[in-house]
Design a protein around this ligand. Structure first.
Ligand code: FCB
Length: 456
């Protein structure tokens, strides 16, 4: 396991989960503010109104990134800070905040990786139909232009959407995320089309404003792990991972095939009516060159070849380790996810999110001991190293998350940070895993090899 010398090590966050200050600097309301005000929507009525107060503490957080030795930081821009109602001229105070943040990062030698949409849609746009509104793709393009004009001289790596599977399905289908809609799949596919178009307009805007910039996307890296190394199990896992099922938005090809290939390739269509309807004109906008693929990978099912080679999901064992969120610990997802995705799309890959929630608290000695996070990350990174050794061009890894933060509908219940946050006082305490990850970064992954328990 040997990471390339220019491998990028970093950590990730998103605007709504950390910033707070939701009514400052002229920021407009977002659908997550609205959802937080909805009784019963969020665990114990928690909200993101203050969160980690990163809006005021960004310099301290940049120092913490320095302490970690991070080479890069992935964060997102809150659309309602840039355009309070989602349209019209840019709000200077909003742009200035990200300007200060980017400068703070660069002054510390940390490369910013910016996501344009990590789910905080301006509420005003929601009332116009949100992602169902046919105007939203172009509006997203205009928003992108405002951001690119301000930050494009310093930010070179961009992601349009984070996990559209969640913003559309969890938000507008299952109703468990903002805006809490329960719309039928027919309508969700219309929204998916608009997301794809918005990716196209956003890419065009970025490329027009910032020569040489790199543009990607960060979908849920929906992954399947083959039950064995047999050709049959591997084929079954790929078939399962890539096949678009009729009533599902989770599969990556639903989002990536039209962007990368300009069409849905036959091999992933399990049912021809299951994909968004895209006209030739739509595809012209959507089919833009993509420079890298971001994968957010946390867990994965294990698939074997069942009867006639058909994919069959292995039952979880009672001994399978679980995170605090009760997500299965599946390190091999960080081998198979990048490998299969690269085989299909041929793009360089970043792991844009990976991590776990854990039951962390500040001990009597003032330290936060989180051995599970260390063990989890060691196992996953070892698998990622294996993918690198196999020739998969993985360019970087962003741990989710830098800070404990507002975990959407779960409120502050799930702690994903390398840094513990006391949400009453705002105090940050680096966890044991922060110090451990610093060694991984400093040794470019060699410290994973040195430790005998890295052998899986
Ligand atoms: C991902 C989200 C991210 C965070 C992690 C735990 O789905 O992109 O914001 O909530 O899960």
């Amino acid at each position: 396991m040997s990471f390339p010398s220019d491998f990028v090590w970093g950590a990730a966050t998103s605007s709504y989960q950390i910033e707070g200050a939701v009514h400052e600097g002229g920021r407009g309301d977002s659908i997550w503010d609205l959802f937080c005000r909805t009784p019963g929507a969020i665990y114990k009525g928690h909200n993101g109104f203050v969160a980690c107060d990163h809006y005021h503490r960004y310099a301290e957080d940049a120092d913490l990134l320095t302490g970690l030795g991070a080479q890069a930081y992935r964060f997102s821009i809150a659309w309602p800070r840039i355009q309070p109602t989602g349209v019209g001229p840019a709000n200077q105070a909003g742009l200035d905040f990200y300007d200060r943040l980017v400068d703070a990062l660069l002054a510390r030698g940390i490369d910013p990786y910016v996501t344009l949409y990590h789910w905080d849609l301006p509420t005003a746009l929601h009332y116009e139909g949100g992602w169902a509104n046919p105007d939203i793709p172009q509006q997203f393009g205009e928003y992108t232009t405002h951001v690119a004009k301000k930050l494009g001289d310093r930010v070179k790596n961009w992601m349009t959407h984070n996990e559209p599977q969640c913003s559309i399905y969890l938000g507008c289908g299952a109703g468990v995320h903002a805006p809490g809609w329960k719309r039928p799949f027919e309508e969700l596919r219309v929204m998916a089309r608009n997301v794809l178009l918005s990716h196209g307009y956003s890419t065009l805007a970025l490329k027009a404003e910032i020569p040489g910039c790199k543009v990607g996307m960060a979908p849920v890296g929906q992954t399947c792990i083959p039950a064995s190394r047999s050709a049959e199990d591997i084929a079954a896992a790929k078939h399962q991972m890539l096949g678009i099922r009729p009533d599902s938005l989770w599969e990556m090809p639903l989002w990536l095939d039209p962007i990368v290939f300009g069409e849905y390739r036959e091999d992933v269509l399990r049912d021809p009516v299951a994909v968004p309807h895209l006209s030739e004109a739509d595809l012209k906008v959507i089919h833009q060159p993509m420079d890298f693929l971001g994968l957010n990978i946390y867990s994965a099912p294990i698939i074997k070849a069942g009867e006639g080679g058909k994919p069959a999901t292995l039952d979880d064992s009672i001994d399978d380790p679980l995170t605090a969120f009760r997500w299965l610990v599946r390190p091999e997802s960080l081998y198979w996810g990048p490998k299969i995705s690269h085989e299909r799309y041929g793009l360089p890959i970043y792991i844009t999110e990976n991590g776990l929630s854990n039951v962390d608290w500040v001990g009597l000695d003032g330290k936060v001991q989180d051995p599970q996070r260390i063990d989890f990350t060691r196992r996953y990174l070892t698998e990622l190293g294996r993918a690198v050794d196999d020739g998969v061009p993985v360019e970087g890894y962003f741990h989710w998350s830098l800070l404990d933060n507002f975990e959407w509908a779960e409120g502050y219940k799930e702690r994903f940070g390398l840094i513990h946050v006391d949400f009453t006082t705002g105090t940050r305490t680096p966890k044991q895993s922060y110090h451990w990850y610093r060694e991984v970064i400093a040794s470019n992954g060699e410290s994973l090899r040195a430790d005998p328990s890295t052998v899986v």
